[in-house]
Design a protein around this ligand. Structure first.
Ligand SMILES: CC/C=C/CC(=O)SCCNC(=O)CCNC(=O)[C@H](O)C(C)(C)COP(=O)(O)OP(=O)(O)OC[C@H]1O[C@@H](n2cnc3c(N)ncnc32)[C@H](O)[C@@H]1OP(=O)(O)O
Length: 727
């Protein structure tokens, strides 16, 4: 980890070298300042270029060093101020990424030249922080408050072509970025540098700035629900209007300290590293991500062009993988084709905005639409995405056994069916795996990769690698009903139903959980997913409908508490958004604007009267605790059963697939933060009062960890001990 210096003509080229992303660790910072000061004093040097080794400029501060002491003696602010005030021209040569402290370093240079493929941004907000090395002060001075605020609050990675238009970059080149930067440095020799020192410039005035900033605060509160960093970013940028540069930088420091005390940065940084950790899968048989090479996937196919299939085809095409898209008849194929083409048109528009129109074929993989399964004979990987019906899925996999080439991988996109049962009808169970995409599959980042009993390590490696190629965060999980995410949702939604029975209204429950930070409350989520999905499944399980045990009490099944509320809603044709009515009413069938429905209130009131349930109106805290602790308790059971290999896996699943607020780290991190003894005692109390709700009986692992005082989450794995692993 060092910066090295060489001389090209009279230009000193200082290269940041700290693989893999040239993060600004303490020792790299120390080395940069030394090389820089030496170069600025060296009389043979007329200008300086800063660049990064291995095709990457710099991904910012070394996040691993946050929170550790004694690393601040060479601050990035000091480096940036030294660079900005240098009398010799300094040019940043940006390749790959200039993010966070990396862009702040580049902004302190007098000029910036970048490769066309590179990305720049201030993504600190995504790890719960604000840019605090002058970024919130220099960027608005360079590109104005509105554009800077948009970048800083969203933490957007901006493509070089857009950054050039915004005025962040002075030149964009296709090749030889460092040479171009050296040329630029020589060209500007002798020119005045005063107006290139961003810290000395005034910020451009905009009309009605106060209204503009108030609107930004309101929008951020609505969008980021409880996350403090976006608000601190706005506060920091606002300071450019009334504080001189150095005071503005001091304000960044104060805001950072205050953010740190909320615990949100720590949670988001845990989430950041957990996303990277889950890619490093291992299996009890000794399989390991870096020991088993994946097979290359050159062609793929998707069977079924419903909502999921359309998204999966788009996702594959976006990753430049040619896809064959299959439907069972010409009419459905045509509908699927139109829907996929509309999604792909949007992708082309996005690529155009990123200046990537020159990529052959727009950088999208071709899509061939067909009704002929025979066309699949030579594809490398097939994803079945028909609706959730075991018999139908088995029929398709039987056919694929004889049609697909012997080394083709067969994936099932199921949200909870038994992958082993599907694999059992094929002639290659070792090449069968579950790939549980989340809707809309072209947008949602999560992919649950479900390993069957016979799934080979190569198949796991290939599915995990495909996830990465598709830009997803893939998490390896074991095969059990509903896998991880949906399994944990069961007890959570059970509590929602009980709260509704007891006296809460849908909008109160949603408000409590949206205040907690969820992107969407559970009643709105059920309406979006379709209430009929669960209803059909409960009918198949014999819990409701004609298969229900004759004479079973309405609110009990097999001796356990049961809520028939959602069944009753479905029986009256209320399936959620798709029918325009569910827990809410919508402007039309398929509408999205949820309005509280007096019919639902009336229905719930009548239900309570019929069943003589005394009304208990839970407050937000009770709603949050009951729902969250139910979710967490099932998370512990998932760990006990080794369906997920660690708490990080669960947290990544919830953060990326279920709208869990990242600033709380994930459900298991949240549990550790609340304190496991508290989670345990709340569950114990509930369980004692409600022995007919077994999902709330504290999990063994929770008891075990609470008994040793609730150790930090990093230590949980060692406490898991010997379990019969399904991974
Ligand atoms: C001192 C002043 C304060 C400044 C504030 C900051 O600068 S905060 C940091 C701001 N920067 C970021 O938030 C960037 C975070 N990184 C990324 O977004 C991505 O990693 C990337 C740079 C876009 C690269 O993505 P890619 O998908 O190619 O690789 P990975 O994400 O898997 O990363 C590779 C490994 O690098 C580690 N890493 C990445 N960034 C940092 C970082 N800033 N600090 C420390 N480590 C970082 C990452 O963890 C991976 O490590 P592995 O061990 O290989 O898992």
């Amino acid at each position: 980890m060092a910066a090295t210096r060489r001389l090209t003509h009279s230009v000193a080229v200082i290269t940041l070298n700290n693989p893999p992303v040239n993060a600004l660790s303490y020792s790299l910072r120390r080395s940069i300042i030394k090389e820089f000061v030496d170069a600025s004093k060296d009389s043979s040097v007329e200008a300086i270029v800063l660049c990064g080794a291995n095709g990457k400029f710099c991904a910012g501060a070394d996040i691993k060093e946050f929170g550790s002491t004694s690393v601040d003696s060479v601050s990035l602010n000091h480096i940036n101020d030294t660079i900005e005030s240098c009398k010799k021209p300094v040019v940043a040569a940006i390749e790959g990424v200039a993010l966070g402290g990396g862009l702040e370093l580049a902004l302190s240079c007098h000029y910036r030249v970048a490769n066309v493929q590179s990305l720049v941004g201030l993504p600190e907000v995504l790890i719960g922080m604000i840019p605090a090395a002058g970024g919130t002060q220099r960027l608005p001075r360079l590109i104005g408050i509105p554009a800077a605020l948009d970048m800083i609050v969203r933490g957007r990675h901006v493509p070089a072509t857009e950054a050039l238009q915004l005025g962040i970059l002075d030149e964009v080149v296709k090749t030889n970025t460092i040479d171009a930067a050296v040329q630029m440095a020589m060209k500007v020799l002798g020119q005045p540098l005063e107006n290139r020192r961003l810290g000395t410039l005034p910020v451009q005035a905009i009309p009605n700035v106060d209204t503009f900033l108030d609107t930004a605060v309101k929008r951020a509160k609505g969008q980021f629900r409880g996350a403090q960093a976006p608000l601190a970013c706005i506060e920091a940028v606002k300071a450019t209007l009334h504080l001189p540069f150095l005071k503005g930088v001091e304000n960044e420091r104060v805001l950072t300290a205050s953010l740190w005390s909320t615990g949100q940065p720590q949670a988001q940084q845990y989430a950041f590293f957990s996303e990277r950790e889950v890619g490093k899968w291992t299996t009890p048989s000794g399989g390991k991500w870096d020991k088993v090479p994946p097979k290359p996937i050159q062609t793929a196919a998707v069977i079924g062009l419903g909502t999921m299939g359309r998204g999966i085809v788009t996702s594959l095409s976006k990753a430049n993988i040619p896809v064959i898209a299959i439907e069972q008849d010409a009419k459905q194929l045509d509908q699927g084709r139109q829907a996929v083409n509309a999604l792909l048109d949007r992708e082309v528009e996005k690529l155009k905005l990123q200046g990537k129109t020159s990529v052959p074929g727009n950088g999208l993989g071709s899509v061939k639409f067909t009704v002929d399964l025979g066309d699949l004979h030579s594809v490398d990987l097939i994803i079945e995405a028909v609706y959730e019906n075991m018999q139908l899925k088995k029929e398709i996999f039987r056919k694929l056994s004889s049609i697909a080439k012997p080394d083709a991988f067969l994936c099932t996109n199921t949200s909870g069916l038994n992958v082993d049962e599907i694999a059992s009808v094929t002639n290659r169970p070792q090449q069968v795996i579950g790939t549980h995409f989340f809707s809309p599959a072209n947008i949602m980042r999560l992919l649950e990769v479900v390993r069957g009993q016979k799934t080979s390590l190569t198949t796991i490696a290939t599915a995990m690698s495909l996830g990465k190629t598709l830009g997803k965060v893939a998490v390896l999980v074991g095969n059990c009903p509903l896998f991880v995410g949906n399994r944990m949702l069961g007890p959570y939604l059970e509590q929602v139903n009980y709260l509704l029975e007891e006296g809460s209204y849908p909008e109160e429950i949603d408000q409590a959980l949206e205040e907690f930070g969820f992107a969407m409350g559970p009643c709105r989520m059920m309406d979006l997913a379709g209430l009929d999905v669960g209803w059909r499944s409960r009918m198949e399980q014999g819990l409701t409908g004609t298969n229900a045990p004759p004479g079973a009490p309405v609110r009990q099944r097999n001796g356990k508490r049961y809520s028939p509320l959602a069944d009753l809603l479905c029986e009256s044709g209320r399936f959620g958004q798709k029918t325009g009515k569910g827990w809410y009413q919508y402007e039309k069938a398929g509408g999205r604007i949820a309005k509280p429905d007096p019919w639902v209130r009336d229905f719930l009131d009548k239900y309570r009267r019929t069943h003589q349930i005394a009304r208990h109106q839970a407050n937000s805290q009770e709603i949050q605790d009951r729902c969250m602790f139910a979710l967490i308790n099932e998370g512990f059971r998932v760990l006990e059963d080794s369906i997920a290999s660690g708490p990080e896996d669960i947290d990544v699943i919830y953060n990326n697939g279920y709208g869990f607020p990242k600033h709380r780290g994930g459900p298991m991190y949240y549990a550790a933060n609340v304190g496991l003894p508290k989670v345990l005692s709340t569950l114990e109390n509930y369980s004692k009062a409600n022995p007919d709700v077994p999902s709330m009986k504290p999990a063994f692992l929770l008891r075990k960890l609470a008994a040793v005082g609730g150790p930090p989450i990093k230590e949980w794995r060692t406490q898991l001990g010997n379990t019969s692993s399904k991974l």
